[in-house]
Design a binder for this molecule. Structure first.
Ligand code: C2E
Ligand code: MG
Ligand code: MG
Length: 275
């Protein structure tokens, strides 16, 4: 509703009859509220691997509540809880990053954010405050924005992205290939990396069409001086194809599923992946 939109400082609301409050939504909401109350907003970390050296470049932070993220996030956003949930995820992610850096690992953490966070004028100041308080280098934080959300036409959104980039935080465009990015928009965002959506990785190298799409994204990343990252890698043949076309990094069950912070640190200590 409009009142709700004003409360969470969103510049627009999307009304869809499908969003009628269902029994399922109510159940998800009550589970999420209980998770928040009981301090059960957990995060798993999935390694991002350099496809040339096999070195772990960093981790993507993935939230784990008692409801899977794809189901939880729309409800979290709808009830104006995303800012507060996101604040906890950001803080916990950066606390772990700090620990890894202090233990001598050169690594980074990528945090997913949704459009409602980026449209919120409190978001950039929150990021800066958290980074300053923990004294971690801003370049070691990557903010992942899905392509379809990164290209929403909004001054608030651009202001947040520009502030993050000027401050030194890196931007990754997630699920690339599933949205609509005019090249002018890509240039404006000054993203540091493009993450190729896992739906395109799934059938390479078998599908000629997907091979072309993936190569196209890798090429455009290189031309615009961005990193290319393939997500959802599950097989050796995919790694071989991605290496051949010069994709920079990879992520997926082939290397590691999302794991706990301690398990991730264990990997940092001893593991260089065979690529
Ligand atoms: P994403 O950012 O594109 O994350 C990749 C998803 O692929 C994750 O699902 C991950 O667990 C899964 N995945 C990783 N490797 C493989 C693989 O080899 N094969 C397959 N089939 N899947 C793989 P997950 O954790 O369920 O997250 C789903 C989405 O929820 C994320 O997609 C992201 O958009 C969103 N999300 C997750 N955590 C957060 C968060 O803290 N904040 C926000 N705003 N969104 C989040
Ligand atoms: Mg992501
Ligand atoms: Mg993705």
């Amino acid at each position: 509703t409009l009142k709700h939109a004003r409360e969470v400082k969103m510049s627009f609301v999307i009304y869809s009859p499908n969003l009628e409050i269902s029994k399922e939504t109510i159940e998800i909401l009550s589970k999420i509220k209980e998770d928040i109350r009981n301090n059960r907003i957990n995060i798993l970390f999935q390694p991002k691997v350099d496809l040339n050296s096999g070195k772990i470049m960093g981790a993507e932070a993935l939230m784990r509540l008692s409801v899977p993220p794809d189901k939880a996030i729309p409800v979290i956003i709808r009830y104006g809880l995303m800012f507060d949930v996101g604040r906890i995820i950001l803080r916990k992610s950066l606390e772990n990053l700090k620990k890894w850096l202090e233990n001598g690992h050169d690594t980074s953490v990528a945090v997913n954010v949704s459009i409602s966070q980026l449209l919120d004028s409190r978001f950039f100041p929150l990021v800066r405050r958290t980074i300053e308080k923990l004294k971690v280098p801003p370049e070691k934080l990557i903010i992942e924005i899905t392509e379809s959300e990164a290209t929403v036409n909004s001054n608030n959104l651009f202001a947040t992205i520009r502030a993050l980039v000027d401050y030194g935080v890196r931007i990754s465009i997630d699920d690339f290939g599933t949205g609509y990015s005019p090249l002018s928009r890509l240039k404006m965002i000054k993203a540091h990396e493009l993450k190729i959506d896992l739906s395109f990785i799934k059938n390479v190298p078998e599908s000629e069409e997907d091979r072309s799409i993936v190569k196209f994204i890798v090429d455009i990343s290189r031309l615009l001086k961005m990193n290319s990252v393939a997500e959802g890698i599950e097989r050796k043949e995919q790694v071989e194809f991605l290496k051949k076309i010069g994709c920079d990094e990879g992520q997926g069950y082939y290397f590691s599923p999302p794991i706990s912070a301690d398990e991730f640190e264990g990997l940092l200590k001893k593991k260089v992946f065979a690529v």
